[in-house]
Design a protein. Structure first.
Length: 329
C-alpha cells in the first residue's frame, strides 16, 4: 500500500510521468486505427438491430419441454415459408421467435403452429407486433437524443472552460468512445436495442465526467502558474493528466466491477438476457472512455492550443530559461 501511495505522489509531483502528450502521435495513430477497425466491423459482420428498430412479429413460447430451435423454424416456415426467422433461447427455458412483419391471420396461425410443435397450450405462446412506423420513430428519437446530447455537451463545456477547443477535444473523445463501443458491440454479435442506446448515452455521460475532471486539472495547471510557470504548455497538460491518472483508473475499476458482474454473471452465466444489452455497452464504454480521455482528448487539446501566439511565446521563453540554467551549471 505504501508503494502505491508513493507511486501516486510521484505522479502528482511529476517525479514519475507517462508521456501522454509527448507521444501523442503514437496515441493518435492507435486511436485512428481503432476507430477505422470499429467502423469496418459492420462491413464484415453487419450490425444487428432489435425488432424495436426494424419492426416485425415476435412470439414467445413459455417453458416448453424442448427448446430445440429447429422446431420453431419448422413451425414458422409451415405458415410463412419466405419469412426471415431469428430464434433466441431466453433464460434457458423460453423460446423467443422473431420474424418479418406478418399479417394478423398469419400471426395467429404461426402462434398455433408453435403451440402444436412444442406441445404446449395456445395461451403459453404470446405474440406481439411492432409496425415499421414505430421502429422508425424509435430510430429517429435515438438519433435526436444523441445529437442533442453532443450539442449541449459542446455548448456547456465551452461556457464552463471558456474555450471552444476544450469542447472540440471532448467531443472528439466522445465520438471515439461511441464508435469503438458500437464496433465492439457489432463484433460480439449483440443486437442494438433501445436498452443498448440508453447504455451508449450512459457511457457518453461517464466519459464526459472523466474528461471534465481531467480538463479541470489541465485548466488549473495552465492558468494558475501564468507567466511564472517553469513548464511548457504541453508539459503542464501532461502533468495534469498524470496527476489525475490514479483517480481515473480507480473510478473506472469501481464503475466497471459491478457492471462486469451484471454482464458476466447475470447475463452470460445465469442467462438474464434482458440485462445483456445495457450492461455490455456500459462495460465496454467505461473502459474505452478512460482510454479516450487519457490518450485522445487531453493530448488533442494540447495540440489545438500549442500554436496560439501567446502560448508559443511563453513556451519559447520557458525553453530559453531552461537552456540558460543548463549553461550556468
Amino acid at each position: 500500500m505504501a508503494s502505491m501511495n508513493e507511486f501516486g505522489n510521484n505522479l502528482y509531483s511529476g517525479k514519475t510521468s507517462f508521456p501522454f502528450v509527448a507521444k501523442r502521435r503514437l496515441w493518435f495513430v492507435i486511436a485512428i486505427a481503432l476507430v477505422v477497425a470499429s467502423a469496418l466491423v459492420p462491413l464484415l459482420r453487419p450490425v444487428q438491430f432489435s425488432i424495436e428498430f426494424t419492426g416485425g412479429s415476435q412470439f414467445t413460447v413459455l417453458a416448453p419441454e424442448s427448446i430445440e430451435q429447429s422446431t420453431a423454424t419448422e413451425a414458422v416456415q409451415s405458415i410463412a415459408p419466405d419469412a426471415a426467422t431469428k430464434i433466441v433461447i431466453v433464460n434457458n427455458t423460453d423460446v423467443r421467435v422473431q420474424t418479418d412483419q406478418l399479417s394478423q391471420e398469419d400471426t395467429l396461425l404461426v402462434a398455433q403452429a408453435l403451440a402444436d410443435k412444442y406441445q404446449v397450450e395456445t395461451d403459453e405462446v404470446t405474440a406481439s407486433f411492432i409496425g415499421p412506423a414505430w421502429g422508425e420513430n424509435v430510430t429517429r428519437q435515438s438519433l435526436w437524443g444523441l445529437s442533442i446530447f453532443l450539442a449541449l455537451t459542446f455548448l456547456i463545456l465551452a461556457l464552463y472552460f471558456r474555450t471552444w477547443k476544450m469542447s472540440a477535444a471532448a467531443i472528439v473523445g466522445l465520438l471515439d468512445v461511441l464508435v469503438i463501443t458500437v464496433g465492439v458491440y457489432a463484433l460480439a454479435g449483440f443486437e442494438i436495442s433501445p436498452a443498448a442506446v440508453i447504455g451508449f448515452l450512459t457511457i457518453l455521460a461517464y466519459s464526459l465526467y472523466d474528461t471534465t475532471v481531467v480538463f479541470d486539472k489541465i485548466r488549473e495547471n495552465t492558468t494558475e502558474d501564468g507567466e511564472n510557470s517553469s513548464r511548457t504548455f504541453g508539459e503542464s497538460v501532461n502533468l495534469a493528466v498524470n496527476q489525475t491518472l490514479i483517480r481515473s483508473i480507480n473510478t473506472s475499476i469501481v464503475a466497471a466491477l459491478p457492471v462486469g458482474a451484471i454482464l458476466f454473471i447475470g447475463a452470460f452465466w445465469l442467462g438474464a438476457e434482458t440485462l445483456t444489452d445495457i450492461s455490455l455497452s456500459i462495460f465496454v464504454g467505461i473502459l474505452v472512455a478512460t482510454y479516450s480521455t487519457l490518450f485522445v482528448a487531453a493530448p488533442l487539446y494540447s495540440l489545438l492550443r500549442e500554436k496560439e501566439p501567446a502560448i508559443v511565446e511563453r513556451d519559447k521563453r520557458v525553453l530559453e530559461l531552461r537552456e540558460r540554467a543548463k549553461a550556468d551549471v
